[in-house]
Design a protein around this ligand. Structure first.
Ligand code: ZN
Length: 184
């Protein structure tokens, strides 16, 4: 339901944006309805679990399949129905979903290097800071920061060829991936 436009006398037609809570906060009647609903349908507390996976790719770029590691964390959480967020915590690495096929991984690498070649490093303004990883920031932008996967009956609900990957574009150091699982 759309938030009703509360235009009061003397106020402009387009009042400034209000916090969402002003429209969605239940009044006395709303709280009563909420209490009734809770007694009719007991609420199962939502579980949550937070983990960090560490990766240290020995080369500048690499593509690691991490589906099994994420699936293990889902199993440990005990969540049967919920969501699993997996995101790279570094701005020169990605988490994405696609096919675990060696030819495709090669094609990604060639394609990304064509779009944002590492060298010459002085072609990038970012590298004037003294870094040499401008291309890695751009590659990460294209391959994405995170994925969210549904959990159904206690398992990652992936399509038949979907696999979760960690994409590294400025490796040779330890980097973290967050795995946050919520559900019941
Ligand atoms: Zn940088």
């Amino acid at each position: 339901m759309r938030c009703p436009d509360a235009v009061r006398p003397g106020t402009p037609r387009n009042p400034p944006e209000r916090p969402w809570t002003e429209c969605s906060r239940p009044g006395a009647g709303g709280l009563l309805e909420l209490a009734k609903a809770r007694s009719a349908f007991p609420i199962t507390p939502v579980k949550s679990q937070t983990d960090y996976l560490w990766f240290d790719v020995p080369k500048r770029r690499g593509y690691l399949r991490i589906t099994d590691q994420v699936e293990t964390l889902v199993a440990r959480s005990g969540v049967q129905e919920g969501l699993c967020l997996v995101n790279a915590m570094h701005i020169t690495a990605s988490v994405y979903i696609n096919d675990a096929e060696d030819g495709l991984l090669h094609d990604y690498d060639v394609w990304l290097e064509q779009l944002a070649p590492h060298a010459p490093t002085d072609q990038y303004h970012h590298n004037r800071t003294g870094e040499d990883n401008a291309d890695a920031h751009l590659k990460r932008q294209i391959m994405g920061r995170e994925v969210v996967v549904a959990i159904t009956k206690g398992k990652l609900d992936l399509g038949p060829w979907e696999q979760i990957f960690y994409g590294e574009f400025d490796g040779r150091r330890r980097k973290r991936v967050l795995v946050k699982i919520i559900g019941e």
